[in-house]
Design a protein. Sequence first.
Length: 292
Amino acid sequence: MIRSMTGYGRSQQQLNGWDITVEIKSVNHRYFEFSCRTPRNCAFLEDKLKAQVQSRISRGKVDCYCAIVSTDAGDSAVLVNRALAKSYLAAMRELAEETGVPFEVTLRDLARLPDVFTVERAVPDEEALTAAVQTVAAEALDRFVAMRETEGARLRADIESRSRTISGLTARIEEQSPKTVEAYRERLYQKLSQLLADRSIDDARVLTEAAIFADRIAVDEETVRLRSHLHQLGEILGASDPVGRKLDFLMQELNREANTIGSKAQDAKNAAVVVALKSELEKIREQIQNIE
């Protein structure tokens, strides 16, 4: 199934005393690139989340955000730095005596001083927390992949539509090419008639020149290869594995054939058709840059 490299998924659950939120988003990238933000004491989760995401996708620049809030008050303790508090009090009492300012300190005043009270959280159980986070991440990842698949389906429909347009333009080129040769033969005959006046024209020579011209502008081989590449494009779009890189290569081949056909176009009609064909190819190339 075709997938876009752009996607977003989010999940929030309360599990085992933690309120866990996982967000995953991605944009286009040539390879797989992963960055993750987790709470400071949960860096051990980054490699686990990277492996979990990489098991589902192969390309894209992925950003993962993980927030963990404990819902169990029992895993935290308030610590009092008594020595520091006494030192604050002694310093303030001494300052009051020196300046004559009344010494009036309440517990609230003391609590506001830096580092008198600190909150110490229990070290999380890595195995239990990892299992909980991966459960939440799995749901976020499902939504993330579903969005990439939905966008991928739209990309596939657009590419297939443009492929059909290119096929129709190719048919017009194939139809127009013999007419170009016939028009050249008639122009050559008329020109020789004017130059030679009443002298006879060597019809065999005209036919030979027309044949040489026809061989020079023949695009049969290019259009056959172009149609073969379009058929291959359809097959690749129906594949189940990531196909972005294959499509990149195939677009190079399609453009090569289009450029060759363009270089052989000898009349305005075919030239205009080639321009339209190359425009459709460029639009497909742009869409392919979004495919995993």
